[in-house]
Ligand binder design. Structure first.
Ligand code: PLP
Length: 234
């Protein structure tokens, strides 16, 4: 079996086992491939292997400039996610291509996306990114239900952004309890909001996907567990 297929089987197995421990069905957890510097051919090969396993994955891009490579994958009918930090001046490119933007992290970006979507006459599905780790290097709204409620209202007032859930990047530490806390807090915030439309929890990456699944992730974003460690020189 190829190395790629082997990695994919391991990821599916990790998800399945975590889901089982949590009494959840693995089918309720969507997988988004964080494609970063990967080529369209590499992404295609991975998508096809998942598909052979009966799993439909989405693709997630971090950089507005790399959106173009997804065009080569159009025949696969993938859902396209934007998961990276987004500058307001790139809102236009991303609104045009993304089915779901996970990384809406500040009021100014809500306004920019609202203007773009309004201009293009589309509705845009989004998640609000929350900084549950408290790390200054991470973007996101404060982990406070009142702050999130204001952001949701801001989106609803505009009328073109649909908030479907919350997203976080887990704490970057070897302390497992802290990692779990940073993921659990996202679920607690969703409970505090008690807003039926806000249901998705996008959390869990290569290093914390088990904890994320156990804490209720509905979408996980994996890159290196599938493709191998990134080549940072690219
Ligand atoms: C790269 C990235 C991921 C995936 O990270 P891995 O550790 O490679 O699985 C998930 N979410 C975001 C926002 C990313 O930038």
């Amino acid at each position: 079996m190829s190395e790629l297929a082997d990695s994919i089987d391991q990821v599916l197995d990790r998800i399945a086992q975590a889901a089982q421990r949590a009494g959840r069905s693995a089918e309720d957890i969507a997988i988004v491939l964080a494609t970063k510097t990967r080529t369209a051919d590499e992404i295609r090969a991975a998508v096809e292997i998942f598909s052979e396993r009966g799993v439909r994955v989405g693709v997630g891009e971090n950089r507005a400039q790399e959106i173009a490579k997804h065009v080569d994958l159009e025949d696969l009918g993938l859902t396209r996610h934007f998961i990276g930090r987004l500058q307001t001046n790139k809102a236009r490119d991303v609104v045009r291509f993304a089915d779901l933007i996970h990384s809406v992290d500040r009021p100014g970006l809500i306004d920019a996306l609202e203007r773009r979507a309004n201009n293009d006459g589309v509705t845009q599905r989004i998640l609000l990114q929350v900084n549950t780790s408290g790390e200054d290097t991470k973007a996101g709204f404060a982990p406070d239900a009142a702050v999130l409620k204001d952001a949701i209202d801001r989106c609803r007032d505009g009328g073109t952004l649909t908030v479907e859930g919350l997203m976080t990047i887990g704490s970057h530490t070897g302390d497992e309890d802290e990692v779990r806390r940073s993921l659990r807090d996202l679920r607690i915030l969703r409970e505090d909001l008690a807003d039926g439309a806000v249901r998705e929890l996008s959390m869990g990456m290569t290093h914390d996907l088990e904890q994320a699944v156990e804490e209720g992730a509905t979408i996980i974003r994996v890159g290196s567990a599938v493709f191998g460690e990134r080549d940072y020189t690219k």
